[in-house]
Design a protein around this ligand. Structure first.
Ligand SMILES: [Zn+2]
Length: 274
């Protein structure tokens, strides 16, 4: 399986480098996911003598695409993949959201997924080891931008609440051992809101303790396991009756399905927590 290098950027962004394992000839390559800033990416690549082979973009927001042009100055022939329906400069390979991609240099295949909602055209990249032909036996890694966050989810900008709800449901159907690589370190803040939704959850308390220990050691809380998101992330739990009851009480709304619970929860967090 490929290895992942975490590149912190700005105050709380993560840019991801997906690399091949080092080979006997010491050649290492990388896909760059959502380079909002070029400088820390170039530093990370040059430090380990890594050759970038592709840029993968999830959505048009500046903190995900702002480094593309400077990277292309440094590496002029780099292809850039991204959502066809969003206006992003320098895209060479527009994606509709159902493609399969394979990059032999990093031993990795990707299933592109439409995960609209945070933005209207947001896509994600589900990565798996292309050396292992049995995809089900290979731990998947989801590069999901600002759709699903550790302990939370993105805000709705120019997408819709229903789209974001449906995208999180789509992600929930991936194998439970999928590693979730989101693009921000928001985890502890998100888990504070998770406790508003489920004040009696021991799973959330345990996760906060574990993630606080990581932060105190200057380590990222990302990636997280999908199984942990399903157990502790309130936006992945809007189908549960006790969650629906709690959100209805807190917001004074009558909520009849998971989409309505999700919408009320997102609005509740936007207006009273953040
Ligand atoms: Zn965004």
């Amino acid at each position: 399986m490929s290895c992942i290098i975490t590149v912190p950027a700005f105050s709380d962004n993560y840019i991801w480098l997906i690399c091949n394992k080092r080979r006997d000839d010491n050649k290492q390559f990388a896909a760059i996911v959502d380079p909002g800033d070029a400088a820390p990416v170039i530093t990370a690549l040059e430090k380990d003598n890594i050759q970038p082979i592709v840029i993968l973009i999830t959505h048009f927001h500046h903190d995900h695409v702002g480094g593309i042009s400077a990277l292309l100055e440094r590496y002029p022939d780099l292809p850039v993949y991204g959502p066809a329906s969003e206006n992003i400069p320098h895209i060479t390979h527009p994606l509709k959201g159902d493609e399969k991609l394979k990059f032999d240099a990093i031993d990795t295949s990707f299933q592109v997924m439409n995960v609209h909602g945070h933005t209207a055209g947001h896509i994600a990249y589900y990565a798996f080891d292309s050396l292992n032909n049995d995809r089900d036996n290979s731990t998947g890694r989801l590069f999901c931008g600002d759709t699903l966050f550790a302990g939370g989810c993105g805000r709705v900008f120019n997408g819709t609440m229903k789209d974001l709800h449906d995208s999180l449901h789509k992600i929930s159907q991936l194998p439970e051992d999928t590693l979730i690589y989101c693009a921000h370190e928001y985890t502890l803040d998100n888990l504070g809101f998770a406790q508003w939704v489920e004040p009696d959850s021991g799973d959330i308390v345990a996760r906060i303790d574990a993630d606080r220990a990581l932060i105190d050691n200057d380590q990222a809380t990302v990636p997280s396991l999908l199984s942990l998101e399903l157990a502790t992330n309130p936006f992945m739990r809007t189908h549960l009756p006790h969650v629906a009851t709690r959100v209805a009480e807190a917001t004074g709304k009558s909520l009849n399905n998971s989409t309505e619970v999700f919408t009320a929860m997102r609005e509740w967090k936007d207006s009273e927590y953040d």
